[in-house]
Design a protein around this ligand. Structure first.
Ligand code: PRP
Ligand code: URA
Length: 209
């Protein structure tokens, strides 16, 4: 069964509270999402394998460790997942980036796919699916199904805020996928928005409302 990790690091929690605030404007919201994604990436990469290496300092030979060639891929769900990409690439610049275009139909609330573009070797990569919001879980579950259909076998899901309903849905549909979140909220409202949540993440990131 996939595990659920809620990051309680004070810096993550502080910035999470700031993005929830309805008075936080687009520029600051975008910067904060970027920073939260970096901090979460720091935690999520704790188990990356290391190998022993030596380097020459200006003084002597030093023994050290470096990450041993793990292949990573970031897969943001458009639009809002885009806001998390750069913050992670700052720490892991060699990661490849795929894109999945999905939107939630406002009537049915079901995900509608409109774009899928992935690195060619996804079956060899550890993929991190990125979306700030996990509400019903429909979008993330569809994204993960699409990745598996195309050969992916090693997938993690990283969201900033999740509703219990979304977490349960992913655990049921994709029990092999670990979920990483900064805030586990109370519930969904009648429009399947996360309560208390932060509103519409895409609109707040891109200033479209
Ligand atoms: C939002 C969010 C997730 C999805 C979550 O995207 O970024 O992708 O809703 O809801 P779910 O868990 O119930 O599927 P939205 O559909 O608003 O598209 P956008 O990012 O293009 O605005
Ligand atoms: N999508 C969002 O952007 N926010 C929610 O609360 C739910 C879905």
């Amino acid at each position: 069964m996939g595990k659920v990790y809620v990051f309680d690091h004070p810096l993550i929690q502080h910035k999470l509270t700031m993005i929830r605030d309805k008075n936080t404007g687009t520029k600051e919201f975008r910067e904060l999402v970027d920073e939260i994604a970096s901090l979460m990436a720091f935690e999520i990469t704790r188990d990356l394998p290391l190998e022993d290496v030596t380097v020459e300092t200006p003084v002597a030979t030093a023994k050290g460790k470096m990450i041993s060639g793990k292949k990573l891929g970031l897969v943001p769900i458009l639009r809002a997942g885009l806001g998390m990409v750069d913050g992670i690439l700052k720490l892991i610049p060699a990661a490849k980036v795929g894109h999945i275009g999905l939107y939630r139909d406002p009537e049915t609330l079901k995900p509608v796919e409109y774009y899928f573009k992935l690195p060619s070797d996804i079956e060899e990569r550890e993929l991190i699916v990125l979306d700030p919001m996990l509400a019903t879980g429909g979008s993330a579950a569809a994204a993960i199904s699409g990745l598996k259909k195309r050969g992916a076998v090693n997938i993690k899901l990283m969201c900033i805020i999740a509703a219990p309903e979304g977490v349960d849905f992913i655990k049921r549909e994709h029990p092999d996928v670990d979920i990483y979140i900064a805030g586990l909220d109370e519930k969904l409202n009648d429009h399947c928005y996360i309560v208390p949540g932060l509103g519409d993440a895409g609109d707040r990131l891109f200033g479209t409302k």
